[in-house]
Design a protein around this ligand. Structure first.
Ligand code: NAD
Ligand code: DAU
Length: 332
């Protein structure tokens, strides 16, 4: 049995991966998480102490990173500042965590010869036109738009350089938009669900024609484990579930599921530099590693997600007012 260090394991996708790892494999898990506004210990409920250890610390702090890395056989690096809108208000934490934090982890992994898997995003490729027949592939040129996506692109390039220059045993995955339980209420789907639960109208940026390629977080987790166990060192894998939907269609589906009129939402000021469309071609991971998404019915995944937020108000309620206060600064 080996020890897997999971950075950002108290976040939305990191915590899903920790649960998946404990259920699906034999490893011990060491979580390193700073518990920023986005981290929540409650997302790591009901895990055996004999398998999972939690360390609170910053991935940009070389001493804590050296300590946990010395005990790890592999690291799966989720920790990041993850929200585009926040990066437009203050990019500094994005540079510190996504770039300096990743650099700090890479140096420690190199020193201790630890297998490294880097979690990244399809946003590093920029965006596509609505009618573009092409989708992103592993060879699409990098062209990030926002402070968030540019710091993620920078972190990917650092990983690639550590592979080439120092022989680091690393892989990278770039995934599309995740949804499911335990997602912070600042993000699109949980924001609209919790607005409706609070008796407020959903808020759609601009015309709402922007397209995102939705994948359930559980499918992201199974893809990451497949790469960790069978991926080719030095390679990048795109992860997606053919889930393209316009924001308008998603808001209307949420309203319908929650028993509200489908047009009961407001258009608000658009995000500056708003990427139009993301779309993933995940042929490589499917053919090379035999991975397939299990949550292919978006409507039913969305219904379950709505029910989860109905049932878990104590989890999301403490975050809601602060998230909405930030949106008030931009009129969104
Ligand atoms: P999240 O914001 O929900 O969680 C981030 C976690 O990282 C939190 O627990 C936070 O406390 C922790 N963290 C932040 N800064 C840290 C630091 N300096 N040191 C230690 N811990 C720190 O994010 P998420 O949505 O779960 O995203 C996780 C990863 O997946 C990110 O790397 C993100 O870029 C990537 N990703 C996200 C999506 C998506 O749709 N959410 C899609 C593709 C890729
Ligand atoms: O594509 C992967 C990326 O997906 C990840 O790398 C990011 O970490 C993750 O946050 C997500 O980025 P997006 O910017 O696409 O997600 P967000 O949930 O912020 O917004 C989704 C879409 O919905 C986007 O087009 C903006 C729009 N939106 C968002 C909010 C919060 C609205 O129309 N209204 C809203 O209130």
């Amino acid at each position: 049995m080996s020890t897997v260090l999971v950075t950002g394991g108290a976040g939305f996708i990191g915590s899903n991966f920790v649960h998946h790892l404990v259920a699906a494999a034999d490893h011990s898990v060491l979580v390193l998480d700073k518990l920023t506004y986005a981290g929540n210990r409650a997302s790591l409920y009901d895990l055996p102490d004999s398998r999972v250890e939690f360390v609170r610390g910053d991935i940009a702090d070389p001493s804590v990173v050296a300590e946990v890395m010395s005990r790890a056989d592999a690291v799966v690096h989720f920790a990041a500042e993850s929200h585009n809108d926040n990066s437009l208000l203050d990019a500094r934490p994005f540079v510190d965590t996504n770039m300096i934090g990743t650099y700090t982890l890479l140096e420690a992994a190199r020193r201790h010869d630890v297998r490294f898997h880097h979690i990244s995003t399809d946003e590093v490729y920029g965006d596509l036109e609505l009618d573009d027949p092409e989708r992103f592939t592993e060879t699409t040129p990098y062209n990030p738009s926002s402070p968030y996506s540019s710091t993620k692109a920078a972190s990917d390039l650092l990983v690639r350089a550590w592979v080439r220059s120092f022989g680091l045993r690393a892989t990278i995955s770039n995934c599309s938009n995740n949804y499911g339980p335990y997602q912070h209420v600042e993000k699109f789907i949980p924001r609209q669900i919790t607005n409706i639960l609070d008796g407020c109208r959903p808020r759609l940026y601009g015309e709402g024609l922007n397209v995102r390629d939705w994948i359930h977080a559980q499918d992201h987790s199974s893809a990451v484990l497949a790469i960790l166990e069978g991926g080719t060192l030095g390679e990048t894998y795109l992860v997606g579930a053919d889930g393209e939907k316009s924001n308008k269609d998603v808001v209307e589906a949420i309203l319908e599921i929650m028993g509200e009129p489908a047009d009961a939402y407001d258009h608000v000021v658009d995000r500056p530099g708003h990427d139009l469309r993301y779309a993933i071609d995940s042929t490589k991971i499917r053919t090379e590693l035999g991975w397939t998404p299990q949550f292919s019915d978006f409507r039913s995944g969305l219904e379950d997600t709505v029910q989860w937020y109905r049932d878990h108000e104590p989890w999301w309620r403490p975050q809601k007012a602060a998230a909405e206060a930030k949106y008030q600064l931009t009129g969104q």
